[in-house]
Write a protein that binds this ligand. Structure first.
Ligand SMILES: [Zn+2]
Length: 339
């Protein structure tokens, strides 16, 4: 039984680690592969431009961030170029204002220093956080409901009336690789997945400090994205003495999670964390066997059993059930775990 929290790092993978003292070096936090901005060195890869747009949006105007948030579209147009220059001007003066952000160089390092510093936070932030969380939780709740409906449809006996059971089963096959399972074995697996989503729904009803289920703002100031305890759902009222935090909570990072402006991405992270938090019926853990959409090689190589114990499988399944769209959303990132 593990008592270390599972912490989602900047690369999106959750690992068991301690809250403080294990922070990655600041220049490892936000990464781009190729230069972004103006000039012949700028490659402006879609994902790199998005990283920069998202990062600059998290920086306050008094530190050189854009006054009006940039559209996160992966296109390095005039507004993004101006935002890069404004940030450099504010941070480094005229001589540092070349309009170019290169991997590992001073501008990206400064962005990381600002976003991931452990300076005390503004006391007005908890109220903003509550408001933000309430808007994300609506998407989370709708995703859970859509998943539950899909699971009921998948179990419904074929009666001549097409309720969408075929499509519902296709979704299960895509996200959980249940294609080889038939008959009662398949029904049993579907009931287990239902059990997971029943626990998701219950986790939303837990009386949390923010009034929104098991979710709470990270009390430690650890800047990583989110963390929870595996099967924390069943650790009702337990306190982690060493860290002075409850084990029956999902903690969202004050600087990383709440700096994200994309509600879809936030809801996705919350669904992912909920899977770790509730675990699989019978008590086994749901960990990270791979991150990504079912079309990513990080996921497609996983067996049904690995996917049933993989947090992203539940998050991606719930997202597709809600949207009805099987195409990979832009905020889902593939990553391989070293587990
Ligand atoms: Zn995880």
């Amino acid at each position: 039984m593990t008592f270390q929290p599972l912490i989602m790092h900047i690369d999106g993978l959750c690992r068991e680690s301690n809250l403080s003292g294990a922070l990655p070096a600041t220049d490892e936090l936000i990464r781009i592969d190729q230069a972004v901005g103006q000039g012949f060195k700028a490659k402006n890869l879609d994902k790199d431009v998005r990283t920069i747009q998202e990062s600059l949006n998290q920086i306050s105007p008094k530190q050189g961030g854009p006054k009006d948030k940039l559209k996160v579209d992966g296109i390095c147009g005039p507004r993004t170029n101006k935002a890069i220059q404004d940030f450099q001007l504010k941070q480094f003066g005229l001589k540092g204002m070349d309009g170019l952000i290169e991997p590992g160089k001073q501008t990206i390092q400064r962005i990381n220093q600002i976003l991931f510093s452990n300076l005390p936070i503004d006391p007005s932030i908890p109220e903003q956080i509550r408001v933000q969380l309430l808007s994300h939780i609506n998407l989370v709740s709708r995703s859970i409901h859509a998943a539950q409906t899909n699971l009921l449809l998948a179990m419904a006996p074929s009666s001549g009336l097409d309720l969408g059971g075929g499509r519902a089963n296709d979704r299960l096959d895509r996200h959980f690789a249940l294609g080889a399972q038939k008959g009662t074995a398949r029904d049993q697996t579907i009931r287990q997945i239902q059990g997971v989503f029943t626990m998701f729904a219950n986790a939303l009803l837990m009386p949390g400090a923010l009034g929104t289920g098991a979710f709470e703002m990270d009390p430690s100031g650890d800047p990583r994205i989110a963390f929870t305890f595996a099967n924390g759902f069943f650790r009702n009222g337990e306190i982690d003495e060493a860290r002075n935090i409850r084990r029956d909570r999902i903690f969202l990072g004050r600087r990383a999670f709440f700096a994200l402006s994309d509600s879809e991405l936030c809801a996705f992270i919350m669904l992912h964390e909920m899977a770790h938090f509730v675990g699989f019926p019978g008590g086994s853990f749901i960990l990270d066997n791979g991150r990504g959409w079912f079309t990513d090689s990080t996921i497609s190589k996983l067996s049904a059993d690995q996917r049933l114990h993989n947090a992203d499988s539940y998050a991606t399944f719930a997202v597709e059930c809600r949207t009805g769209n099987s195409a990979k959303p832009p905020y889902v990132k593939a990553a391989t775990t070293s587990r």
